[in-house]
Design a protein around this ligand. Sequence first.
Ligand code: ADP
Length: 557
Amino acid sequence: MAAAASLSVPAGKLYVAVSGSSISLLRHDSSSSSFVATAGSCHVCPGCCVPPFSSDVDACRPCTIALPGMDAFQGLRSCKRYPKLAGSPPLGGARSVSSFAEQMKSVTLRGASTSRPSRGVVSCEAGMKIVFVSAEVGPWSKTGGLGDVLAGLPPALVARGHRVMTVAPRYDQYRDAWDTSVTADVVVGGRTETVRFFHCHKRGVDRVFVDHPLFLARVWGKTGGKIYGETTGEDYPDNQLRFSLFNQAAIEAVRLLDFKHSSSSSSSSSSSSNSPSPFQGPYGDDVIFVANDWHSALVPCYLKSIYKPRGQFVNAKVAFCVHNVLYQGRFAATDFDLLNLGEELRPSFGFLDGYEKPVVGPKINWMKAGFEEADVLLTVSPNYAKELVSGEDKGMELNHVVQRRGIVGIVNGMDVQEWDPASDKYLEVNYDASNVLEVKPGLKELLQAEVGLPVLPHVPLFAFIGRLEEQKGSDVLCAALPKLMQEENALQMVVLGTGKKRFESELRALEKRYPERFRAVCKFNAPLAHLLTAGADFMVIPSRFEPCGLIQLHAMR
Ligand code: ADP
């Protein structure tokens, strides 16, 4: 504990202290006029800092640190390169505020708001309790950008002082998530089903996984299309039951789980803490749910139909975020009766379309219900927000609903820790601006060898990463590739993607025809995606539309 000296600060608030290469989280204790280091660890680099929260980041492996009060992860890009103040000791707990404040005078925080109360001390308005509900959460489950966002955004919000939970199905026996022993009964299709909650605490985020045979026994794997159906583009016939169960379970998780984040455990608490947290106990009712895409669109509906009438979650709000309006969850109208929802909700689902699957004519549409019932609608870029209301073509017949409700576009971020070439765990050699010209050619050679192409440093290497579907321009790519592969074009290309079988077999046939120049890797392979992004000379993105698109963000980084 250290004397608060003459700094005038409100009591009880959390402060992030930054000094040279050190960062710590302090709470002001008015009774002793002191700053006390809170228990916790670096939110952003799990396992690299030990409690208390303060850490000498030079001692950590290279990491990226986000600071509350800053606009983005621009503050300390890489601990390795961030200059340490001469003579500044690491923050080994609470330290003298006067010496701390003095040091702050010589530290410039790039991007920090100039209106902050005192220079160098960034007030952390620890406030919102945010619960993301999503069918995917990277790295545990991911088929595309949704998994990426659920991996990277929650820790970024934690770093801004919020308490954040994600809830996703448990598709596999995740090594790092533990059984909380907490169960809940939910009603789907007229039957009561019991779900069980698994949990871990990583990078400051409570990661909750809903366990039920409809997920684990069906999918049994972390990635790939099997999350939604046996083959790409085909829903499991009981997806309305699977995700109805999941949405109710997600709300129950918030209601029932009591997080201890300590070594003690009890039958009703979760103590699977991989990184200590300053937050303890249950989340309570006053949370903000962020529901993502059609698979979690029923969260506002269950809150309205079941919980609020019981006096639960009365002040809870729901933001519904659409990542891709192409996938809406359209089912037979009679399936509404399977969803355990009150009649008053039926009109929100009502939808008429001309598609033949699964039935022609009146249907229910989960995404429409999410749009109708959420408190606020969000999407993944300002441009996509415009496209969604531009007409039936891009709004996919929900444009009128979105137009009426209004929508806010916030461009996706990326996980700058995962996609940092200076620390990327998938790269044999890391690089940054200072050594990119030496390292990148080596990574290109590694990549060529890895996929079995001739190692030719001077031949330009093109890469495509993504779902093999029309949206991503896979048909355009397949049509263009034979022309590109002509002898006179000295180039190589690697396609990494899974999706429609038609495209997979066309690409495999091309590989047979041009073994010296072309590789089709029709798998989901995260390490290869990183190596391609780092080692290729060009990324090819022939998409017809991209709500945001993370591939190009990763490539630019
Ligand atoms: P979308 O969400 O429309 O699929 P994005 O570009 O927003 O597209 O995000 C795609 C994400 O999925 C990226 O992180 C990309 O690296 C990853 N990805 C896509 N296909 C594969 C694959 N076959 N193997 C590994 N990663 C993949």
